[in-house]
Design a protein around this ligand. Structure first.
Ligand SMILES: Nc1ncnc2c1ncn2[C@@H]1O[C@H](COP(=O)(O)OP(=O)(O)O)[C@@H](O)[C@H]1O
Ligand SMILES: [Mg+2]
Length: 364
């Protein structure tokens, strides 16, 4: 659907002329536009995003999280050189809300466009992995002391692995598409690891690992990489920022950044954890997050890579058994292929766990 971006522009507190707008980026959750405006003779760019309210059903609570998080980070950065490229900066509506609503009821947010930086969809090398992990670790660190009480839980139980396992068990029982008989090996794979799925939530319940503010979508393409230096400069895509365990972020980085393959690769021999990528992630993450983590959080970082990968595999398997209702598929068995890549990666992580722990213990 084409959107009336000029009309949306008019609702923001931007003093200038709308020139043009074009779809931007490769994200597939929100509709993102790059907007060109003229302000007193200078061209200024913005990002406008229509919030996907099918997924994020409470846009007001979500934008309140983003407002709190970005204003906290911006306040910290004030005075620093290049501060406005180091955090997303929200453009307010004319009514001073952190979003505007168009004539069709769509919720829109505006950000300053971060110039001279890019996001990458496919990781190029270990240096990028280091930068991505350092950026997300820094993001968590900046939010350790955010005032104002608990953030809104945008998607409750997002990384509650025991609940994800319960959903799988329900899907097996229902067997809506008669597919259970074809996935005995995958079901066995999960069930033989069921003793581990509640490890992190149990440690949290026992008070050994605290709830913190986490990003929850720690893919490479959610960090802007500075063109000139190659450094990660700004964490973006803040829809899923909410209370969580640090492991959700670190674990998902291991899942999405260590294998040379795509998430739906059919040739499983191509799916494995590259140790040098894990090492880069761990070193980058500890460089920024190392000094706020407690010892139990720290010692569970390698395990989190395994658990979050297993969890996403469980979700793909659940969706396959339920008739592919959540994740978009582009071929039959797409979700099963995705499940298999996750489980293959879990096995690869398990094989390398002793070295991963040794590396962790060698870093001061
Ligand atoms: N403030 C910004 N400045 C420049 N580019 C941005 C900005 N925000 C987002 N982008 C670009 O738009 C793409 C999609 O945005 P993102 O918030 O990640 O949406 P999605 O949830 O759809 O992944 C990003 O990968 C990035 O390239
Ligand atoms: Mg994104």
């Amino acid at each position: 659907m084409a959107h009336d971006i000029a009309g949306v522009f008019d609702k923001f507190a931007i003093y200038g002329d709308f020139i043009s707008a074009a779809p931007y980026g490769s994200g597939h959750i929100n509709d993102t536009y790059k907007v060109v405006s003229d302000q007193a003779g200078t061209i200024v760019h913005y990002i406008f995003q229509r919030i996907n309210t099918n997924i994020f059903k409470e846009p007001v609570g979500l934008m309140d999280n983003i407002r709190r998080v970005t204003s906290h980070i911006c306040a910290r950065a004030r005075g620093r050189k290049d501060a406005s490229r180091q955090s997303l900066c929200i453009v307010q509506g004319k009514d001073l809300k952190p979003f505007v609503v168009d004539a069709d009821g769509n919720y829109w947010r505006g950000y300053l466009f971060i110039e001279k930086a890019q996001t990458y969809d496919v990781i190029k090398n270990a240096e990028q992995a280091f930068e991505v992990a350092r950026s997300f670790g820094n993001f968590q660190k900046e939010l350790v002391d955010i005032p104002g009480g608990r953030l809104f839980e945008t998607i409750p139980d997002f990384h509650n692995t025991p609940k994800r396992l319960e959903a799988l068990e329900a899907a097996i029982k229902a067997d809506m598409k008669g597919r259970v008989k074809d996935v005995a090996a995958e079901i066995d794979f999960v069930m033989s690891r069921r003793g581990e799925v509640s490890k992190l939530v149990d440690l949290n319940a026992a008070g050994q690992i605290p709830e913190r503010i986490t990003h929850n979508d720690t893919k490479l393409n959610n960090v802007m990489i500075d063109d000139a230096s190659g450094n990660g400069i700004c964490v973006i895509d803040l829809d899923t920022v909410m209370p969580g365990l640090v492991h959700y972020d670190f674990g998902d980085m291991v899942r999405t950044s260590t294998s040379p393959s795509m998430e739906d690769e059919k040739d499983l021999s191509r799916v494995y954890m590259q140790f040098n990528m894990f090492e880069a992630l761990l070193r980058g993450y500890l460089e920024s997050a190392g000094n706020f983590l407690n010892p139990v959080e720290r010692e569970n970082l390698p395990f989190s890579g395994k658990l979050i990968t297993l969890e996403i595999g469980i979700r793909f398997l659940t969706d396959y058994l339920s008739g592919d209702v959540y994740f978009k598929i582009h071929r039959p068995e797409h979700n099963l292929d995705r499940c298999r890549t996750q489980f293959k990666l879990v096995s690869s992580i398990e094989e390398q766990m002793p070295q991963m722990m040794a590396l962790l213990n060698s870093i001061q």
